[in-house]
Design a protein around this ligand. Structure first.
Ligand code: SF4
Length: 362
């Protein structure tokens, strides 16, 4: 079972085999100018993304949904979603961005007022500062708690499931509070809402998520198929990305401050955090020269892959030089710190203006 509310370490191959997620590498040749994270296998799996790709290639309408649960700070791992949204926005997609304040209240006890503030200060501000255009006509940002269409849809979709199904997907128990039980149904409605009449009716939708969110997708696809005759709903497609490793190992998580580089950190604190991350370096420089570094265990290299190095050839050079023992971890970290400084300085220059836009969005 994958639990969307609890961080866990993940065996990606097992997920592909056990839950029927398709490998995106099998269709990479069909994707025109694939986004960096897709090219590099960080986005490793999908369901029905080939259907979305057909629409991208023929300039036909489709929508992207990605929710944000405002319960903590936005960290650099969340940037992966923004990078994917930018790519989809360039392809002409409608963006539907629910702010999951109801889920945040149900699962973490965060009040609606606090959730709105977190959504504006952390998520929307950084979404805009990172280059998303949230003022476009085909962008729909909303708070779950303030969206009547969503509440109607969540009520209706709940008729197509039952406690046994929710229990088998999420592992709810007799003591699970009812709000927590309702939260997945509100998320189902979040994913299906771009297909209601107000937004032009049934259409293909893709949801880019971390693989821990797959239970919501499985539930939504099942419910959508039960409404296919009545309302013409199309089961949503999804893509799955790997998690960014936290500074102290495991998954980078907002709820574990020691694991995360937050987007609202200033460049100096971000650099200090990068200095502390685990590398794939050997015990001594001599050993490193002889054996090479363990690049696939290195969080610095992961930061290069996910965020800091855009040029694929340059990334490959770093990889080979590491494996050949030509790089020292000290030099590598220094380079990462320089790139992090540049990134955070640029981001903070844009955050003030972005916040002024964000505060008026919801
Ligand atoms: Fe990581 Fe660089 Fe050390 Fe290789 S040389 S293990 S990439 S820090």
């Amino acid at each position: 079972m994958i639990d969307p509310w609890i961080s866990s370490s993940v065996d990606y191959d097992k997920l592909v085999n056990k839950f029927g997620i398709q490998k995106i590498s099998d269709m990479i040749e069909d994707i025109k100018n694939p986004q960096k994270l897709i090219r590099r296998g960080v986005v490793f799996g999908h369901r029905d993304f080939d259907e979305i790709n057909k629409n991208i290639n023929s300039n036909e309408d489709f929508a992207v949904v990605t929710g944000m649960m405002p319960s903590g700070q936005m960290h650099i791992g969340h940037k992966m979603i923004v990078d994917q949204l930018k790519w989809y926005q360039d392809k002409g997609a409608m963006l539907s961005l629910p702010i999951a304040d109801m889920e945040s209240y149900a699962a973490r006890g965060v009040s609606f007022e606090k959730a709105r503030q977190i959504a504006v200060d952390e998520y929307l501000t950084n979404f805009i500062a990172l280059g998303l255009d949230l003022l476009k006509d085909n962008v729909n940002v909303y708070l779950q708690s303030s969206n009547d269409d969503l509440h109607d849809l969540a009520f209706k979709v709940s008729k197509k499931t039952n406690f046994n199904q929710l229990n088998s997907i999420y592992g709810f128990t007799k003591s699970t509070n009812i709000a927590h039980l309702q939260a997945p149904l509100v998320q189902v409605a979040d994913i299906l809402i771009p297909q209601i009449e107000e937004f032009g009716g049934p259409k293909k939708v893709v949801v880019p998520v971390g693989v821990d969110q797959d239970p919501h997708l499985r539930l939504t696809r099942d419910i959508a198929s039960k409404f296919s005759d009545e309302w013409g709903f199309i089961a949503p497609a999804s893509t799955y990305h790997r998690f960014l490793t936290g500074l102290s190992g495991g998954k980078m998580s907002s709820s574990k401050p020691s694991s995360a580089i937050y987007l609202n950190d200033d460049s100096r604190s971000a650099i200090e955090k990068v200095k502390s991350v685990k590398t794939g370096g050997r015990e001594s420089l001599k050993e490193q020269r002889e054996l090479g570094g363990e690049v696939d265990k290195c969080v610095v290299y992961e930061l290069f892959v996910y965020h800091l190095v855009d040029d694929d050839d340059e990334l490959e050079r770093i990889r080979l030089q590491c494996l050949d023992g030509e790089l020292s971890c000290g030099d590598c970290k220094e380079r990462a710190c320089g790139l992090v400084e540049e990134f955070f300085d640029e981001l903070s220059d844009k955050q003030e203006e972005a916040h002024e836009i964000a505060v008026n969005l919801i």
